[in-house]
Design a protein around this ligand. Structure first.
Ligand code: WQD
Length: 337
C-alpha cells in the first residue's frame, strides 16, 4: 500500500487516480485545508476503486503512527503542504510549520515504522533566482524568492541529511515545473480558493465570465514576446511521473528528477493556445511585472526520461481543452450548490 499525503489536492488527486488505476492500494491523509471531501468520491468514481481516507494533518504523530500500524505501507508520496508563493511572504511561519515541520514529523513516523521509501513533492522554484535554464538536477539549489521556495529547499536538504544518516532510505525528490490541466473525465481539477494566483485557472475563470479580464504581468521581459516563459506540463503526465518514480524507488540515497516538458511557453502563447483550443474569448491587458517573478525557466527532463522512462506526452491543446472542460463542470457544480 502507498500512503499519499495531500491526496485530495490538485496534484495529489491526479496521483491517486493514476496509482489506483495501475493497481496500487492507496491510503490518503489529508486535512482538507485546500480541497474538499467530494474529491474522494470523484477519485473512486473515476477508478471504480476504494480509497482509504484519513482526515488529518501530517503534523499529527499519533495519527501517523496509527496509520503505519494499521496498514502495510511500502512507500509514501508526500504532497501535503502549502504552496502559494504570495501567501508564504505574508505568513512564513505557517509555511515552515506545515512544509518543514510536517515533513520532519512524517519522516520520524516512517522511521519508527521502518518505512523508508519516500517520494517528495518539490518545485522548480528551488533552483533560485540566478539559475540559467534549462534547469538540470545537478545544479545547486539557489536563493529562493519566497518562504515557500525556501521551505521546499529546506526539506530537500533535511532529506539528504536523513539519507546520509541511514542508507536504508530510498528517496526520490520530484521537482515540478508548472502543472496545469485536469483529468479528461472533467471530475477532478484545480480548485483554487478565492481569486487564482496561477495563470491557467485565472485564464479559465476569465473565459467562464467569473473574472472580467486577465492581467498579463509584464511584457518587457527579455523573452520571445516580452512575456514570461514557463514549462507547463499536463497534471496527468505529472501523475504518471510519480507512478514511474515509485517503481524506481529501490536505489538508496536521494535522487532528484525534473518533471517538465523541456520547452518553454510564454504567457501570450498560453492565451492564444487557450482561445484557439476552446473558441472562448479571454480579454486581457498588460500590467506591471509581478514581484518575485522570473523572466523565463524550463526543465531539462532528460534524466527522468532516461532513469524513469518518463516523458510528458500531453500537448498544449490537451492542457487547454481539459482545463476548460473542468472549468465548465466545476462552474456548473458551483451554481448547483
Ligand atoms: C506563470 C506566469 C506570471 C497570473 C508558481 C510557483 C510554483 C508553482 C506554480 C507551487 C508568470 C504570469 C500569472 C496572472 C500573469 N507553485 N501570470 N497573470 O509563478 O511560474 O509558479 O506556481 O508549486 O512553485 O512559483 O506560476 O501560474 O503563478 O505564473 O501574467 O494573473 O504567468 O507572471 O510569469 P509560477 P503562475
Amino acid at each position: 500500500m502507498i500512503l499519499l499525503t495531500g491526496g485530495t489536492g490538485y496534484i495529489g488527486s491526479h496521483i491517486a487516480v493514476e496509482l489506483l488505476q495501475a493497481g496500487h492500494d492507496v491510503a490518503i491523509l489529508d486535512n482538507f485545508s485546500n480541497s474538499d471531501e467530494t474529491v474522494i468520491e470523484r477519485i473512486e468514481s473515476i477508478t471504480e476503486r476504494e480509497v482509504i481516507l484519513y482526515r488529518g494533518d501530517v503534523r499529527d504523530t499519533l495519527l501517523l503512527t496509527s496509520i503505519f500500524q494499521s496498514h502495510d505501507i511500502e512507500s509514501v508520496i508526500h504532497c501535503a503542504g502549502l504552496k502559494a508563493v504570495g501567501e508564504s511572504v505574508k505568513d512564513p511561519l505557517a509555511y515552515y510549520d506545515v512544509n518543514v515541520y510536517g515533513s520532519v514529523t512524517l519522516c520520524y513516523a516512517m522511521q519508527q515504522a521502518g518505512v523508508k521509501q519516500l517520494l517528495f513533492s518539490s518545485s522548480a522554484t528551488i533552483y533560485g533566482v540566478n539559475a540559467q535554464p534549462p534547469y538540470t538536477e545537478t545544479m545547486a539549489r539557489g536563493e529562493s524568492s519566497s518562504p515557500y521556495g525556501t521551505s521546499k529547499g529546506m526539506v530537500e536538504k533535511l532529506l539528504e541529511d536523513l539519507s546520509d544518516s541511514d542508507p536504508q532510505w530510498s528517496i526520490a525528490v520530484l521537482r515540478y515545473f508548472n502543472p496545469i490541466g485536469a483529468h479528461p473525465s472533467g471530475l477532478i481539477g484545480e480548485l483554487p480558493q478565492g481569486t487564482p494566483n496561477n495563470l491557467m485557472p485565472y485564464i479559465s475563470q476569465v473565459a467562464a465570465g467569473l473574472l472580467p479580464e486577465l492581467l498579463i504581468y509584464g511584457n518587457d521581459y527579455p523573452t520571445k514576446d516580452g512575456t514570461c516563459v514557463r514549462d507547463y506540463l499536463h497534471v496527468t503526465d505529472l501523475a504518471v511521473g510519480h507512478r514511474m518514480a515509485v517503481a524506481a524507488l529501490k536505489k538508496p540515497g536521494v535522487n532528484y528528477f525534473n518533471l517538465g516538458t523541456g520547452s518553454g511557453i510564454s504567457v501570450n502563447e498560453m492565451v492564444e493556445a487557450f482561445v484557439s483550443a476552446t473558441g472562448m474569448n479571454v480579454p486581457y491587458r498588460f500590467a506591471p511585472r509581478r514581484e518575485g517573478d522570473l523572466g523565463a525557466f524550463w526543465a531539462c527532463s532528460k534524466k527522468a526520461e532516461r532513469e524513469l522512462e518518463w516523458r510528458a506526452e500531453k500537448t498544449l491543446e490537451d492542457m487547454m481543452v481539459d482545463t476548460w472542460r473542468w472549468q465548465q463542470f466545476s462552474t456548473k457544480t458551483k451554481r448547483s450548490h
